[in-house]
Design a protein around this ligand. Structure first.
Ligand SMILES: Nc1ncnc2c1ncn2[C@@H]1O[C@H](COP(=O)(O)OP(=O)(O)OP(=O)(O)O)[C@@H](O)[C@H]1O
Length: 348
């Protein structure tokens, strides 16, 4: 099995002050799908291109299993890395049929073996029988499935997916995403999915590495990342966050503009800090409910499965978002009570 281990990767384009990667460390366990999530320009594609061998790092190492791909004096060419790549928009060879696209990397195997493997891969991505179609006769989602089949066919040690669902409309995206994940699981491939879409990372990957300014700010399971973000920036980047100044009481609670909240990890060292809550930890209630603070509804965004209600409260400059499921009974301009449910994290 092939664990990917990236250590101390640095890269600048031109002058050193244009440093894009600044000592990036990333470990992807064998057989796991890790999403690399970060804002535009944080260095995700640069990292992917170095792992693939298309670009040289200034320093750092890339290992796949027991093979050193990049290191001091070592730069294995892309074709010798055993890495499959799924680019942003499939990039199928337009003049080759679906079957010939999938079989493209199967050099070294005989004709019968190539046919067998191609059929197996097309079946895996739900395109059995599409062998003779040409790429322009496929939908965007089907083209991406062929690109995944092509990447997996030569049994690569690692699959790199570079924002592969970007060009698909949102209705199609969820289906293609879960089929691609199933195909990766079925082959036991170790995979890296680069994305700037938080929902995509959380819902698709086994692990999510959040990149900020050319370094991994946090790498964790989707649930850990959402519930225990390393700092307020990660919290805000991975989902909606309500960040409030808080003062710690002696009994493991913090006082905020939204009331007093128990701390998940009572703080010994911190007397004040930033209290982190998720919008689903806030409840709208009547203004005279026990423990509730008063606020004014300023906006309501209805999404069908839930709604985001924005409320301003006294003593806090920034309006807070409250996720409401079920019937919605408030309108902008109305007074409401706001109650915190559950525990909060405190950050310096
Ligand atoms: N060939 C290049 N020459 C000079 N600068 C580059 C080059 N490629 C990328 N950059 C710069 O490096 C930074 C990181 O780019 P990169 O494409 O790795 O980011 P990214 O996180 O993948 O962004 P996005 O999500 O927008 O694709 C950007 O500021 C970009 O302008």
């Amino acid at each position: 099995m092939n664990e990917l281990h990236v250590a101390g990767l640095t890269k600048s384009y031109g002058a050193a002050e244009q440093s894009v990667l600044r000592g990036l460390d990333l470990t992807v366990p064998a057989g796991a799908l890790t999403a690399v999530l970060g804002p535009s320009g944080c260095g995700k594609t640069t990292m992917l291109r170095i792992i693939a061998g298309f670009l040289r790092a200034d320093a750092g190492t890339v290992r796949l299993g027991d093979r050193l791909l990049n290191g001091p004096g070592v730069h294995l060419p892309p074709e010798r890395r055993r890495i499959g790549i799924v680019p942003q928009e499939g990039a199928l060879f337009p003049h080759l049929s679906v079957a010939r696209n999938v079989a493209f990397g199967l050099t070294g195997s005989d004709r019968a073996e190539r046919r067998h493997r191609t059929a197996e891969m097309l079946e895996l991505v739900g395109l059995a029988g599409y062998d003779d179609r040409m790429p322009h006769e496929l939908s965007g989602g089907q083209q991406q499935r062929v690109a995944v089949a092509r990447a997996l066919a030569p049994r690569p040690g690692l699959v790199l997916l570079d924002e592969p669902f970007n060009a698909l409309d949102s209705a199609l995206r969820a289906g293609v995403r879960s089929d691609v994940r199933a195909a990766l699981r079925a082959t036991g491939a170790t995979a890296v999915l680069v994305t700037h879409d938080q929902q995509e990372a959380l819902s698709t990957a086994d692990l999510v590495a959040v990149v900020r300014d050319g370094r991994v700010a946090q790498s964790a399971t989707p649930q850990d990342l959402y519930q225990r973000p390393a700092d307020p920036w990660v919290a805000d980047f991975v989902g909606d966050a309500v960040l409030l100044p808080g003062t710690v009481d002696t009994h493991g609670t913090a006082r905020t503009a939204l009331g007093t909240v128990p701390l998940a990890t009572p703080s010994q060292a911190l007397r004040t800090g930033t209290v982190l809550l998720r919008p689903e930890q806030l409840r709208l209630t009547s203004t005279d409910s026990e423990g509730a603070v008063r606020g004014t509804v300023t906006d309501v965004c209805y999404y069908g499965h839930d709604a985001m209600v924005t409320v301003t409260v006294e003593g806090h400059d920034t309006p807070v978002g409250i996720r409401v499921t079920g019937p919605l009974s408030v309108r902008p301009g109305e007074e409401t009570g706001v109650l915190i449910v559950g525990e909060a994290a405190l950050h310096p």
